[in-house]
Design a protein around this ligand. Structure first.
Ligand SMILES: [Zn+2]
Length: 265
């Protein structure tokens, strides 16, 4: 009996978006972009005093412009330098019923050696110790312990269910993004997984990109240039467009992007 009650309570608590049948979903049209940090939360501080929050907002704006030019609906969790709590970011994304969530961050390390780009999807298990530490660091920006870490078993279980629901698609986008980013020169550190809270709170496929190490001299110098920021935005836009094309194709929808939006179904 206890088992039944728990199951019924769980089903009642699972948001509708999680239970929706794939066939009922629309064309891929809404992307939520999440520039990390902002306002009082500066994120990492890099060489030459560059702040993660400023760098990632700039790259996210460039990406947003490219996606809008492809007629996609883009929602940003912040459009300027302000503090946005975790709950506000995830509820904004969920209210927008995004088809994809992309969080953009920059990395920093105590040593100047590490450099390169890595893309994450959420998982309770981290790829390695380094990935776990990075997730701890990014999660700590939100001040208090995330719901999954507060010891509420139902919340933790739901977070896990939601993450699992979109695990395959999240991983799929992460691979596309990392492949495109790796083609922009610089160093590819691969696709990894770690328990990023912001990814686990959204009810859609989600990925977090670390666009480089602002603690590394080469990465920091390159990230300071317009050309590098544009190349990163171009690469991420290609990954999003390709992900959307495959998303629609799986649902039997053709995606004539770039011109007329098409007749839909
Ligand atoms: Zn960050």
């Amino acid at each position: 009996m206890r088992g039944f009650i728990l199951t019924a309570a769980l089903v009642a608590a699972v948001p509708d978006a999680v239970r929706a049948e794939p066939a009922e979903r629309d064309r891929f049209d809404t992307v939520v972009l999440d520039p990390g940090h902002g306002g009082e939360d500066e994120g990492a501080r890099g060489l030459g005093g560059v702040l993660e929050k400023d760098l990632v907002l700039d790259v996210t704006r460039r990406l947003a412009a490219r996606l809008r030019a492809r007629k996609l609906n883009v929602v940003m969790t912040r459009i300027d330098d302000r503090t946005v709590p975790l709950e506000a970011r995830t509820s904004l994304a969920n209210d927008a019923r995004g088809d994809l969530f992309v969080s953009i961050h920059a990395n920093a390390h105590r040593s100047k050696q590490p450099r390169g780009i890595e893309t994450f999807f959420a998982s309770l298990e981290a790829t390695d110790e380094e990935a776990r530490k990075l997730a701890d660091l990014e999660n700590s920006a939100f001040g208090e312990a995330p719901p999954a870490a507060r010891g509420d078993p139902l919340v933790a279980l739901l977070g896990d269910l939601i993450a699992t629901e979109h695990l395959v698609e999240s991983q799929h986008f992460a691979r596309l993004a990392q492949t495109e980013l790796a083609g922009t020169a610089g160093t590819s550190r691969g696709v990894k997984q770690a328990p990023f809270v912001v990814l686990m709170g959204v009810q859609m496929p989600a990925s977090l990109v670390e666009i480089g190490f602002i603690s590394n001299p080469q990465d920091a110098r390159s990230l300071g240039k317009d050309s590098r920021r544009n190349a990163l935005a171009d690469a991420l836009a290609r990954a999003v467009i390709e992900y959307g094309r495959r998303y629609d194709a799986k649902r039997g929808i053709e995606t004539p992007r770039g011109g007329e939006a098409g007749g839909g179904r």
